[in-house]
Write a new protein. Structure first.
Length: 445
């Protein structure tokens, strides 16, 4: 089966005819009547291509192409034009279209263009995969940003433990990213395609713990009109993350101990035992060994959880990561709020690295979000950070590239060798990009 071709046209006859032509040529095609239906299927890892008519009610073909190319600028988009739409076709090519077809088109011409576009798409995705395998960021590094020694070691530990079925305990101060670590373990494990269930132990109502965790059958108590699955059962086959497990009282701890030991639960009102195929990852902001000594945590539960212990380092132990991490968080916020990627002044990046971040990554994320939204700093003063504004895509990409290079230079105090090695480019390429973006290594020393 070939990669899918999304064919969008509001005219049913043309849509059906094109689909038949492509199917007879041995190609897989998904005919769609509306642009929104195609856009919902487009992603960076979408293996196929997009063909769209220009003139359609609602979202037209040009808007669909622009939205699709925002998701993946390398996606081949073929525009179908009618008589008199030559200017639109030319504009589409300028805006990034792979090619265009003018109605009425020769079926053989359609097939030829589609085959070439699919080959291009296949090569693009293969190259991305190779770059990830050779020195690129894997699923762990993509979530846990930083080149400091403590982060490199943490990623190595995560990769090692993710391949096993061992339960994991994560210690770390508030805001250090314990949930991010848990999700990275899940994504790098054989369970990645199964559920990741986040249970905030601090938010569990004491009198409803059993119902929340184990569920109940119909008629178990007054008002239980139907069976309800508990949070633990929702995680079957996947990973259950027990966040803030240090907040549980000892009575609830006993219930968790039984579940973790037996990997079984009994829903309220039932006599039938339900087997659980789950991996447990627990997180605590307090060192549980000290909590055990203080009588606040059961020693048997601690030793059951403490098969593998990971530590989420505070920002004070990885200051060299802060510039790169801040740029990454700002880019995430820009995507979330549909804003331009901000341009961060290099001196500011260096200043961020020496500030005290008592809230750790969570606090840094908030500052990045306020920057993207153009809001003043929490102390009332506007941060010396400059958003790009409503710029074109090339301008936003260039601004993001400049910020990443500035962050790497700041992290390495202006030293070029560790900077171009961290960025994965050559020394010559770094020089050229610094000159292009007006960056002076002396500003980062």
């Amino acid at each position: 089966m070939t990669a899918p071709v999304l064919f969008v046209d509001d005219e049913e006859e043309l849509r059906v005819a094109a689909a038949q032509t492509l199917k007879l040529a041995g190609l897989s095609v998904l005919p769609l009547a509306e642009a929104e239906m195609a856009l919902a299927r487009v992603a960076r890892d979408f293996p196929g291509i997009l063909i769209t008519d220009i003139r359609m009610p609602g979202m037209d073909g040009m808007s669909l192409m622009r939205r699709a190319l925002e998701i993946d600028p390398a996606l081949p988009v073929i525009i179908v034009t009618g008589n008199g739409d030559v200017e639109l076709a030319v504009q589409a090519m300028r805006d990034g279209a792979y090619d265009f077809l003018e109605k009425p088109y020769d079926p053989a011409h359609l097939i030829g263009i589609v085959r070439r576009a699919l080959d291009k798409r296949r090569l693009t995705l293969e190259n991305r995969t190779l770059r990830n395998q050779v020195g690129g960021r894997d699923a762990v590094e993509a979530r846990l940003i930083g080149r400091s020694e403590v982060m490199v070691r943490l990623r190595e530990q995560i990769r090692a433990v993710a391949a096993t079925e061992a339960d994991v305990l994560i210690n770390g101060d508030t805001g250090t990213g314990k949930e991010v670590i848990a999700r990275a373990i899940h994504r790098a494990s054989p369970r990645q395609g199964k559920p990741f269930v986040h249970i905030n132990c601090a938010a569990l109502p004491h009198d409803l713990v059993e119902i929340e965790l184990f569920g109940h059958v119909a008629g178990a108590f007054s008002g239980a009109n139907r069976t309800r699955y508990g949070k633990l059962e929702h995680g079957r086959g996947g990973t259950v993350f027990l966040d803030e497990i240090d907040s549980l009282d000892t009575a609830v701890q006993a219930k968790f101990l039984h579940v973790i030991q037996s990997r079984q639960i009994t829903p309220l009102g039932s006599n039938d035992v339900v087997d659980l195929d789950v991996r447990f990852i627990a997180a605590s902001k307090e060192r549980l060994d000290l909590a055990v000594e203080g009588g606040r945590f059961r020693s048997d539960l601690y030793y059951r959880l403490n098969v593998v212990t990971l530590r989420a380092p505070p920002l004070s132990e990885r200051r060299s990561d802060i510039p790169q991490l801040f740029v990454h968080l700002a880019a995430e916020a820009a995507a979330l709020y549909n804003r331009a990627v901000p341009d961060v002044d290099p001196v500011t990046l260096a200043d961020l690295a020496v500030r005290d971040w008592s809230g750790n990554v969570r606090e840094l994320r908030n500052v990045a979000g306020r920057l993207v939204l153009g809001l003043p700093a929490e102390d009332g003063a506007r941060a010396p950070l400059l958003p790009v504004g409503d710029a074109t895509l090339p301008a936003q990409v260039a601004a993001h590239e400049r910020s990443l290079i500035a962050a790497a230079l700041a992290a390495n105090a202006g030293a070029l060798k560790p900077t171009y090695e961290a960025l994965g480019i050559s020394r010559k390429a770094l020089y050229e990009k610094m000159q292009k973006h007006g960056l002076d290594r002396g500003s980062f020393a």
